[in-house]
Write a protein that binds this ligand. Structure first.
Ligand code: FAD
Length: 339
């Protein structure tokens, strides 16, 4: 087989979304993953498209807004290829904090909320179910000419003026450009930040159709699909290396915080808990663009707490860069050379 134009290392939401965008533009693409596609952090997320989370660095806003705007077309493209629609699960977020436009009584929206003296305002943000997205995105990729090679790791690479020689666990490969979408496992200055979460079945009397978010805890209801009726409660933010152990004490603490906010959750059935590793840079912004001093090696990584949100915009602007176009956005704040 001829060498692909683009070799993407990492088949999470970022790698596969970029592969789809490059394939749509007619490029030849190979994607490698050490394990199975979409089985790491991208399936562990809550799925909030949290454009206005006050914990986001301000420089992220234009990329976050672009991605939210691209989301409907991104989901349509996936549906066109694989035949299944990934629905938005929610279309509003009740966020705590003093802001202009605070709701006089947030219980008009969530009757069972106990605001505990906090103000809440309403954000027009969506959420998706990352497990639904994972299944549909992977099915969409399988309908294209993208060569997805699971159980195949990128081990090392060497660039020549014309090509990149990749040593993979399945033998040597070649491509004109390699893109690092390896999440927390990247050799770039990216560190894993662990998050633990749990899922409960909401009691029948709990009427929750929007995300509720405070700096302490968030509650994300699933309203559509096989997991409808669940609430996802998250999340811890830890420096624990590559450890994925789920600790009962942390899960109980998260659950207690959620119950303080919505006391009706005390009657919820526990369903499951899990953890994932967010890929974090030192400034909380992604690394998007050519790696410094390494020609033909491009980074699309470091999406930290927002990789599900940022996948469509990342795919779009990185595909523009790779195809020699001017990206829709100024990527200076995300330049990998800043480290
Ligand atoms: C608890 C939790 C809650 C979250 N909630 C949200 C949320 O509500 N909204 C949101 O937008 N984001 C959220 N996130 C963040 C989001 O999940 C991540 O930003 C996103 O999944 C990162 O995607 P990725 O494709 O970069 O990484 P990953 O999904 O981890 O994919 C990287 C892939 O690279 C592969 N790989 C690694 N090394 C190699 C190698 N050498 N060769 C080949 N392949 C390799 C891995 O096997 C993996 O499949 C959350 C994360 C966590 C942990």
């Amino acid at each position: 087989m001829a060498s692909p134009e683009f070799l993407i290392a990492g088949a999470g939401v970022i790698g596969l979304s970029l592969a789809l965008e490059l394939d749509r533009r007619g490029s030849s693409v190979t994607v490698l993953d050490t394990g199975r596609a979409m089985q790491q952090t991208s399936s562990a997320a809550a799925g909030m498209l949290a454009v206005h989370d006050p914990l986001n660095p301000p420089e992220l806003l234009p990329l976050a807004q672009l991605s939210a705007a691209l989301y409907p077309a991104y989901l349509d493209r996936i549906a066109e290829l694989c035949g299944s629609i990934v629905p938005f699960q929610t279309s509003a977020t009740l966020e705590s904090g003093e802001l202009e436009g605070s709701l006089p009584d947030p219980r008009e929206l969530v009757p069972q909320l106990d605001p505990q003296g906090q103000s809440f305002h309403l954000l027009a943000e969506h959420s998706v179910d990352p497990r639904q997205l994972a299944g549909a995105l992977l099915a969409a990729v399988r309908r294209t000419r993208i060569n997805l090679r699971e159980q195949t790791s990128l081990v090392r690479l060497a660039t020549t003026p014309a090509t990149v020689r990749v040593q993979s666990s399945a033998g040597p490969l070649e491509a004109s450009t390699v893109i690092d979408c390896m999440g927390a496992w990247s050799p770039a200055p990216i560190a894993p930040r662990k998050g633990q979460m749990l899922a409960v079945r909401m009691p029948a009397e709990l009427d929750l159709a929007c995300v509720v978010r405070t700096p302490e805890v968030y509650i994300v209801p699933r309203t559509d699909g096989p997991d409808a009726g669940r609430a996802i409660i998250g999340a811890t933010l830890e420096d624990a290396g590559f450890d994925l152990t789920v600790h009962a004490a942390d899960i109980l603490t998260l659950n207690a915080k959620a119950i303080r906010l919505i006391p009706a959750l005390a009657d919820a059935e526990f369903l499951e808990s899990w953890s994932g590793l967010r890929p974090a840079t030192a400034d909380g912004l992604p690394m998007l663009g050519p790696a410094p001093a390494q020609p033909r090696y491009v980074l699309a990584n470091g999406h930290f707490r927002n990789g599900i949100l940022l996948a469509p915009a990342t795919a779009h602007v990185i595909a523009q860069l790779l195809c020699g176009e001017t990206p829709l956005l100024d990527l200076t704040p995300f330049n990998p050379a800043r480290f």
